[in-house]
Ligand binder design. Sequence first.
Ligand SMILES: [Zn+2]
Ligand SMILES: [Zn+2]
Length: 271
Amino acid sequence: MEQIINSINTINENYLIVILIALFYSLERLLGSPFKFDGRLNHFLHNFLFQITFYFANIAFAIVQVSIVSWSTENEIGLFNWFDIPLWLKVILGIMCLDFSSYWFHRLAHASPLLWRLHRVHHSDTKMDTSTFFRGHPLEVLVFGTSSVVGCVVFGLDLTILGVYFFVLLPFLVAQHANFELPDWTDKVFGKVFITPNFHKVHHEQNQFYTDSNFADIFIFWDKLFNTFKYLPVKDMRYGLKEFDNDKKQTFWYLLISPFINIERQMNDKP
Ligand SMILES: [Zn+2]
Ligand SMILES: [Zn+2]
């Protein structure tokens, strides 16, 4: 088990992202996109610029993240230090705990007007495809990076478990934005445990009732437990936010400065 975990931690996350993007773009072609739109290359490029800014923001924040988590591990801080449990169980529970932490930070990003200014960049995409995974404001690393640090310190998880968590998380995040509609049985089978791509797309619906739903990244338990799970078929979806539904507001530069602009939330509550 230790060997597997060590091998996972040697994999470069950037290579993994390149492989996942290529794989899910190919799957979109193979399975057929239910949501057709023009200018896909332009859409990809604007979203990809966010990956570049996020990469540098992430490197900067990783220094803080590594120091705090190493400090808490050395001082045996956190829940799992009180129990002697096998490594495999600690890995599974650790991933669940980090997903739990991310669930609450994600809810906070929707509830706090200040954090929503950053998080709405991810929700602004009116055209959904695999590249929507990239669209996240670089400063948002402060929110989701803090979520993993808090998760590690509270639950007593070290950097190796954090590495495995990211390795498991990335395929979920890329798949959830891919422009395909998976058959209903995938939701019935995998949806009992996981947030499926169809479920995450509900979170990108313009109607606020659905935007504020399905907050978890990996496991469905948290949304079910805290009553935030909602469902809508992919074919009925209108993606994005009404206040960003304009080509001029879909460019990398506009979105990058958008947290510093007062943009009124426009409701689109038609069912
Ligand atoms: Zn969200
Ligand atoms: Zn998303």
